[in-house]
Design a protein around this ligand. Structure first.
Ligand SMILES: Nc1ncnc2c1ncn2[C@@H]1O[C@H](COP(=O)(O)OP(=O)(O)OP(=O)(O)O)[C@@H](O)[C@H]1O
Ligand SMILES: [Mg+2]
Length: 168
């Protein structure tokens, strides 16, 4: 049984992430999407919200599960029983950072293999950061995030700052 883990912050999930999830799920037996707590990044959505948004998006994919995690990604992968880490690669922006992390992870956990999938061209420019910027400025996000994520973003960015818990 081939089990892989796709880790990320998913703040929030985009169609670029979904493309990687769907393509991977078609190749392997079981995919675990790992939602990294990532306190360092000060996420817009709480861990629980990020998990829920991904769960809703993958509800039709029977071999995909969603799990939050903190700590080392390689430790989390071992806990799932998987041996493969999935990452998505966009041109220009991702390769060097992924290469650096891959070499470090190999030192930490030589038993875990990294598989990178190239982005589909229509998602080349999509990142969660850019999506949040566009959402804050009131831009249309159609085709860039699933509809329920667009709705959640709209709600989140329309909250007055002082009423948004933990968003400083
Ligand atoms: N549009 C995309 N196409 C392919 N892979 C992607 C895309 N966006 C993100 N990924 C990949 O998904 C994984 C998780 O990414 P992450 O949660 O950091 O999203 P992000 O869009 O890069 O967000 P941020 O802007 O906050 O860094 C990483 O391997 C990242 O390279
Ligand atoms: Mg990123």
């Amino acid at each position: 049984m081939i089990v892989a883990v796709y880790p990320g912050t998913f703040d929030p999930l985009t169609c670029g992430h979904m493309d990687i999830i769907e393509r991977t799920a078609a190749l392997i037996d079981r995919l675990v999407v790992g939602i990294y707590e990532n306190p360092g990044k000060k996420p817009l959505f709480s861990l629980e919200q990020r998990v829920r948004l991904v769960e809703e998006a993958v509800s039709g994919l029977s071999n995909v599960q969603v799990r939050p995690f903190k700590g080392l990604t390689v430790d989390f992968i071992r806990q799932t029983g998987g041996r493969i880490m999935i990452r998505g690669l966009r041109a220009n922006s991702d390769f060097e950072r992924e290469f650096e992390m891959a070499l470090m992870n190999r030192k930490l956990a030589p038993d875990i293999e990294l598989l990178c999938l190239m982005t589909s061209s229509q998602y080349q420019f999509l990142s969660s950061s850019l999506i949040k910027e566009v959402a804050k400025l009131g831009g249309c996000l159609e085709g860039m995030v699933p509809d329920h994520v667009a709705a959640a973003l709209k709600e989140e960015v329309s909250l007055p700052i002082e009423l948004a818990p933990g968003k400083d």
